[in-house]
Design a protein around this ligand. Sequence first.
Ligand code: F6P
Length: 341
Amino acid sequence: MSNTSISLTRFLIEEQRADRINPDLRLLVEVVARACKTISIAVGKGALGGVLGDVGSGSDASINVQGEAQKKLDVLSNEILMEANAWGGHLAGLASEEMDTSHPIPDKYPRGNYLLLFDPLDGSSNIDVNVSVGTIFSVLRCPDGVTNPVDADFLQPGTAQVAAGYCIYGPSTTLVLTVGHGTHCFTLDREVGSFVLTARGMRIPEETREFAVNMSNQRHWEPPMQAYVGDLLLGSEGPRGKDFNMRWVASMVADVHRILTRGGIFSYPLDRKSADKGGRLRLMYEANPMSLLVEQAGGAASTGHQRLLEVQPTGLHMRVPVFLGSKTEVEAAVGYHAKAG
Ligand code: F6P
């Protein structure tokens, strides 16, 4: 039977029958996917939906916990995910890039045993220019005996994730998911309204000739990163002995999706601009879910010094340096950091 006839619902039911996912987690993933469909519709309307631009302006501008101006679609996506998941019955609490602290599930709804973290609309600087953006999510177990989770209950390393994924709103809307047994890709059939399996068991090629980094930060990088990218740029005339290509969408979802599809290395290293914060990208709802998806597809993910999934979070919005993608290339980048000590 061809992949095109397997809906997300059917895929998840089959995973449940194979004992790879329990019914609560299956339904939780379905709720997240349903919310992503709603966000996809809002993103797809663009200017016609009246949702482009920032919330407020000038001194009335709305700034989120990250110190970034909130886009109307950031806020809308956050509301859609909050509302869909709060009543679902499978969660004990939620945390989002857009909210300072975690939220327990309101008393009026049943509570479950999972914690959900999400970046409702990653790459939101791309919204107004019609470039791909996406939702990233991570699912953890609520610690035993906790019914009213607080931030500390979310502070689990990435290895504790029971599911992770992203939905990219691009030329097509695509959901990429892992429940810990491979990374699978589903494309939204807009006519039918359901996600359809389009790539089972994605594999990232081990070797690559493509890197993704914001080169404008070069002068702010630490010496090992300078040395690593310097050698990539020397191409076939340098120690790497091959020419590299560069791509940077500035939406992590889009850059990671390209890497899951055809290989490459994505990096947002430590630089002088973000050193006091620990990096640019957020561990719990950006780096961790992406790292699990990448590892489950045969790739690797590191801070440059440590496997990303083993970083112990110290805060919901903790930031980390990120290197992820084709295994050999991530190992090469880590090698430059190890050499520097
Ligand atoms: O959430 C952070 C993010 O928007 C990522 O999606 C993206 O990879 C990065 O920031 C872009 O950073 P910059 O604006 O420095 O290119």
